[in-house]
Design a protein around this ligand. Sequence first.
Ligand code: D41
Length: 675
Amino acid sequence: MSAGAPSAPDAAVRRAAELRRLIDRYNHRYYALDDPEVPDAEYDQRLRELQALEARYPALVTADSPTQRVGTSPVAAFAEVRHRRPMLSLDNAFSDEEVRDFDRRVRGRLGTVPAVAYSVEPKLDGLAVNATYEDGVYTRAATRGDGEKGEDITANLRTIRSLPLRLHTRAPPRLLEVRGEVYMPLAGFRRLNEQAAARGEKTFVNPRNAAAGALRQLDPAVSASRPLDFFVYGIGDVEGEALAERQGELLETLRRFGFRICPHTRVVASIDDCLRYFQEIGAERHRLPFQIDGVVYKVDEFALQRRLGFVARAPRWAIAHKFPAEEAMTTVRGIEFQVGRTGALTPVARLAPIHVGGVTVSNATLHNIDELHRKDVRIGDTVVVRRAGDVIPEVVAVIPERRPRGTHRVELPAVCPVCGSPVERVEGQAIARCTGGRRCPAQRKEEIKHFASRRALDIEGLGDKLVEQLVDAGLVKSPADLFTLEEARLAALDRMGEKSARKLLAAIEHAKRTTLARFLNALGIRDVGESTAAALASHFGGLDALRAADVAQIQEVPDAGPVVATSVVAYFRDRANAAVLDRLLASGIHWPKPPAVARGPLAGKVFVLTGTLEGCTREDATERIAARGGKVSGSVSKKTDYVVAGRDPGSKLDKARSLGITILDEAAFVRLLGG
Ligand code: D41
């Protein structure tokens, strides 16, 4: 022991060991199991106590102490680390047929086996890393690199709170290498990008790049501030007894050791089951809290894996079944501004057609003028385009190296490209609008399309093309004109005829019977979407009460803040809107009286859901709350009674904590619902 540092009394040694054990357990419960055991304040207090003890007696500091997660100083460059066993790569399959070929090869090599059991694991889109434990203590981590040697990221991986610094077992192997994927959960990725955008900094193209950037931070303190996580999917070298005979068992053992294992991992009996699993997870993938780019199938039995062996750097016993790519590169042929229902100008890139996310894309949104300027997309640029699931394709980023000479920054037009009215942009807002209102044909068309759409008045057969025709022909200037259309004039339109005209008029007649919520949604009041319309309808019960309400009264509705309330009041005050509204009502639009005040055990209670629930979907949860008289709101405010926090909750949880709102985990929520 160095001179001057007092040697620690036995009591301090024991207390430090106890604190380390406690904090480790709290960390595991909080970060790995999403099931906190103690309040945050208690956790902080224990950590501070340990820090104080270690400051007083530096000899107490151990490599696995939870105080050591951040603390080492920045390094100049990463040292090279040679893996004790090479980190293999994975062969890819892009179709069911290629997967079946893989299974046939496996069974062919094994001889008589009729069907092989596979471990099926979502393929996390992150970075493969290797973490080493000696006598149960975390000692080292490295990136995959070229599979033989990677970079030393020991300090950075240590900052991931779900990583155990000591294995949860009494008899750890002498040495254990675990392999897994470091990734950035989507909620954290979005938050990080929002913060970067707010500071006017460059955002990350995708969570994978963000995770790579975070891991490669030379300063572990910066790395620690990035929301990374780690799922383990296998092992490298082990010294000591074998941990398992099968992949599925191995993952269970690693889970017991304290690692996070991807929760959707399973063992299935045959390749048919693998393909079914691929379909299932493919349908669910955009609701997962992390990004996956396929599924990995691994022969479950290690004895069979050993018989199959390797070719080149890839095992013969595993394959990655990939989803179609959701990102692709193409060039920008033009940038135009589309005018929406409320006059908002949306910049849209016209693209050289490109196959992405399973379809051909030739337009992609740039969201708004700020986004366009932040990404600095120009005509002629090569860009990354993304189409994920049913989401509208978007331009993610420009490839600056590919920019041709002589391009120009795109500016917001001074006048509306459709009607020539001045474009207005409120200071501090991202959205620029055409000021033409119903005089602008583009706004008129969008207003009527929205009015007729499925989740509004649901007028069957009145599609986008027909609306455009009706507006262009001057037959319809506002939604109210739909109810005075004449059969003869309709029938005279291109591609119409008498029969279609009659059908459309019948559909319009049919749509007059609706609900107040649908009707309010159909009006297209700024800042009032489907769920806010429903909340307004159920709170006020009738249109007259809502029309008479002031800003303060509207703010009593869950989900309605000052922005919504101001927009609603402004809508009903507008003379032109009032005239359209009166004509709509005069045409015979009606709805049943809503049921009297909600009753049930949760009457009047406002819930906010965040994160993923294991036992039911968000829609189910909403229905179950509503069935008991409660309401679900999209955002946390003082009006919120309960926040239900599922797995990987978002910033709503932080907000709830700061407002002191009751937080329910899934189990408590189910109990509140009555089992
Ligand atoms: O989730 C993943 N990204 C994942 C990657 C996974 N679940 N399992 C994997 N298994 C392997 C073998 C079979 C070679 C042990 C992998 C990877 N490899 C892998 N990741 C990057 C390169 C290889």
